[in-house]
Design a protein around this ligand. Sequence first.
Ligand code: 13P
Length: 256
Amino acid sequence: MTRQAIVAANWKMNGDSALVDAMVSGMADVELASNVDVVICPSSPYLSALSQKINSAKLNEAINVGSQNVNEHDSGAFTGEISTAMLKDLNINYVIVGHSERRSIYKETSTQVAKKVQAALNAGLTPILCIGESEAERATEQTETVLSAQLQPVIDEVGIEKFSGVVIAYEPVWAIGTGKTASSAMAQETHQFIRQFLAQQNELVAAKVPLLYGGSVNAANCEELFAQADIDGGLIGGASLKAEQFKVICSAAKGK
Ligand code: 13P
């Protein structure tokens, strides 16, 4: 086994204290294969409580807390933002960077995303770097061009060697929250492209980087998706808001 599998929950702007409690008690008996990490990313007001409650409930050590975002600057006058140091202070060790909603709604550019990945790595956080094409881009056969253009600025910023500490989540924008999952064959084909793109720059690193699929993953389709050669887990939105469903998805992941 060379590659870690990861199942990450992205609660987006959903959830409350009751969901924190439900998730902590729900995950108490989750069965995880070896080489699987679970990362739960609540909205920032709940990071501290979730982290503390996971510790005090003595949950499986493979269960981590992640942030949905981080700022690229160390500190200062950036109202509403979260720094890497704050996340480290709360024992948070993963952070989602460049989610398509941040790119489209908050106009984050790939250059800014690259700086965030660099800041996360500098602080010892594992970035979950999100990339993905829109429906129109897939329809006009631009998927590979778009994914390359999202990845290359990050590689240029941090260096390909540092990607051994990065997780990539491929989330086709048209599959997010729509119930339209990419077929497992289509997802595999795109994941294989991403791994080959990395391999052209460093084969050893490419073989190690966990590639997660995201977009309408649920308890019914996760097994087939995770069985694909280059799919190492998932980034889960809607189905991560129900502990019972999320648990099934976590148990379907296996390191490869
Ligand atoms: P859904 O699982 O709700 O489609 O969301 C996917 C996603 O955007 C996770 O980051």
